[in-house]
Design a protein around this ligand. Sequence first.
Ligand SMILES: Cc1cc2nc3c(=O)[nH]c(=O)nc-3n(C[C@H](O)[C@H](O)[C@H](O)COP(=O)(O)O)c2cc1C
Length: 204
Amino acid sequence: MKKILKWVFSIALISNLSIGTVSCSTSNINNEFDNKINENTKSKTIVVYFSWSNGTETMANYIANKLDVKTFKIERELPYSSNYSELSKDARNEAVNNLRPKMKEYPEYINNYDYILLGFPIWWHVAPMIIGSFLEHYNLDNKRIFPFIRSSAYLSEHLTRALNFLRDNSSKDAIIEKEVYSSSRNDVDNWLANTYLDKVKTLE
Ligand SMILES: Cc1cc2nc3c(=O)[nH]c(=O)nc-3n(C[C@H](O)[C@H](O)[C@H](O)COP(=O)(O)O)c2cc1C
């Protein structure tokens, strides 16, 4: 089983790299959302993400460029190893023991945002535990969280566990909106238009 997982994740890493290369250039993106979201909505929106092999980071930057909003990258205080085997052991230990690793920084300004587009990869069948560290640190009551999630196998049970993890670790009145579970730009574009944009329009 271990071997199969390792194989699946290795393939995923390679495919992430290729997706990363294709989608690296964000400079030419037309800001088609410019006339669709107003300054007030922009000022309430932030993209928060965690990423190890940069797939989620690429997506986060893509989204932030489209919406013209700020990003915050979640990092562990003690950085994760860049070596896959070490990282994988470390991440597994955190997941099995339901740990909440310390983040490198906990910026105050996160409290100023009402719409948090939260990106992360699936790690060991659930969200990385450091996502729990983020969610538990802040009072997210009445804030809207829009998850964008990547994986290699895109199994629905991993998504279910990740979404339950978000609900269980956020403040009681945090609102978890519909997620996108894909690395496809088309899917992300549709999610931005049909979930994020539709929702914020009804709130402004
Ligand atoms: C430590 C670790 C554990 C992972 N566990 C899973 C998993 O349980 N299920 C899955 O489908 N993919 C798993 N993956 C694959 C990642 O979710 C996938 O490669 C993702 O796109 C990586 O995002 P990133 O480039 O932003 O780090 C794992 C990857 C790593 C490094």
